[in-house]
Structures are given as C-alpha cells and as structure tokens.
Design a protein around this ligand. Sequence first.
Ligand code: ADP
Length: 306
Amino acid sequence: HGHCMHIRHRLICSLTSRLPKTGETIHGHKFFIGFGGKGANQCVQAARLGAKAAMVCKVGNDSFGNNYIENLKQNHISTEFTYQTRDAATGTASIIVNNEGQNIIVIVAGANLLLNTEDLKKAAHVISRAKVMICQLEISPAASLEALTMARSSGVKTLFNPAPAIADLDPRFYTLSTVFCCNESEAEILTGHAVNDPTTAGTAALVLLERGCQVVVITLGASGCVTLSQAEPVPKHIPTEAVKAVDTTGAGDSFVGALAFYLAYYPSLSLEEMLKRSNSIAAVSVQATGTQSSYPYKKDLPLALF
Ligand code: ADP
C-alpha cells in the first residue's frame, strides 16, 4: 500500500523561431512530448527518494494515457488507481515556445475532471492506509475536497498544494490541510498581498495559517522557503544553498514531493529540518533541464539527506 498518495497530463511542446499568427502555419525546429501534471511530478519525486507511492487520477483510453501509466510504472509507482476512461482524452498542455522563451499554452484538463466519488471510494483503502496524501487543484475542486476529507478522517496527514491557484478557494481546503504548501504567485492570488521576499511571504503565510491550516509553507525560488505553524505561529525563513540554476521548471513539484517523503518516512524530524532537506533536493532539480528528468534519485544524493 502507498505510503505517499497522490491525486492526478502530457506536455506537447513545439519550439519555433516565433509564435504563429492566427491562421498562419509555420515550421518549428524541435518537438517533444513530456510527462507532467503536478500530481505525477510530485509522486515521481517522492518515489525516487524511496517512497512507496500510488497515483490516484484519471487519464484517457488513448496513447497518451497508456504512456502516462507506463511512466508511473517505470518510477515504481502503483497505478492500481490510475483510472482510464473512454469519455475524455488524457489531459494535455500544448505549448509553443519561441527563441525568446515566450510561449503560448493551451491546457485541456480532459479526463482529470472526470475523477469522481466512485473512483475515490474504490481507492479508499489505499488513501486511509497512507502516511501522507498530496493533493493539488488539477482535478475538480469537489474531488480534491473529497479526497482530503477521506484522508483526514482516517488520520492521514494531508499535504495540499493549491496549484494552479484560484482566488476564491473553498475555505475547507485550509482546514483540511495538515501542510498547505504554495509558491509566491499562488500565495499572492490566495491572500491578495504581494509576496516577493521572506518578509512579505511571512505576512501572507500568517493570513493562510489563520484560515485553519496546521502548517503553512511558501516557497521562494532561490531564497528557499518560509514556514509557520499553529504550534509556532512566527514566520521562519529557511534559506537554501546557492546553485547554478539551468532550468527551474518543476522545482516546486520536486520540493512538494520531497516534503511528502520526509513527512511520511521521517516524521520525527523537525519541520525546519524537513524543509532544509526539501530545499536541497529541489536545488538539485534546478541544475538539470526538464521536469521529471531533472529529479534526483536517492542513490545520487548525499546520505545525510536520509
Ligand atoms: P515553483 O516551481 O512552484 O515556481 P519555486 O520557484 O518557489 O516554486 O521553487 C520551489 C523550491 O525549489 C524552492 O523553495 C527552492 O527550494 C528550490 N529552488 C527553486 N529555484 C531555485 C534556485 N534558483 N536555486 C536553488 N533552489 C531553488
């Protein structure tokens, strides 16, 4: 049974010299398909650290869905509750990036939005026996709330990542979060306060804590993260080591996956120590290109992290 449990596409990317105009056809110079979805990324990072993980989500009965499941299996993640449906296509993000790095992106959630109560009921035993359940906002809010409720009512710690963020988040998301973890822009959307350094993040984190989370973590890119909790409601900055970043895409998911791993397997560590180690793992991920392709394995990391 999964000790780290996760709720949730495929990235279809073309590189071009410029973005096409309406009705125009242009030639690009590179095309690739990648694996994603915040949930899958986080699950993959946790599994690469050694977590026993299961992915609860829905994909289409199409080649993207088949490859998605194959990728989870290659990462030793249980796909018993990775459902396939004929009623929608696998969720995708179609991206065009020009030489200046500007992009246009279309996300079609597809099968993600079809994950329903019945699916969650089938996964009830894996949810209730997990040590930690991670949940994001890439499935319907109703399904996320239901999964969080199931976990909490079984005494399972929840790690909620409100991404992509919405301004009027249902207040129950806060009370159902053992750990509420978001980045600067998500914290801004949720609180209405500008967040760009440890001080402003501390202010926003207090606002989020007052909404009922047990612990709040706001990630700050190269500045690490800020945390506070009901037990210690004073913002604490956890800086990270300076590294040469090549590609920071997916750093937040590496961080969340690592934090879930520590919550599940090293529950006696202090929150500060878990966050220091999660910073270190996410710092490795920014030193290589890609998202999941940049996520480290336990065997490549210093023993001191375990
Ligand atoms: P997101 O990927 O959601 O935008 P952040 O940019 O806040 O999230 O990054 C998440 C975590 O990844 C940070 O808390 C930090 O630990 C690590 N990280 C991100 N960028 C860097 C960087 N340039 N150098 C070192 N660590 C980084």
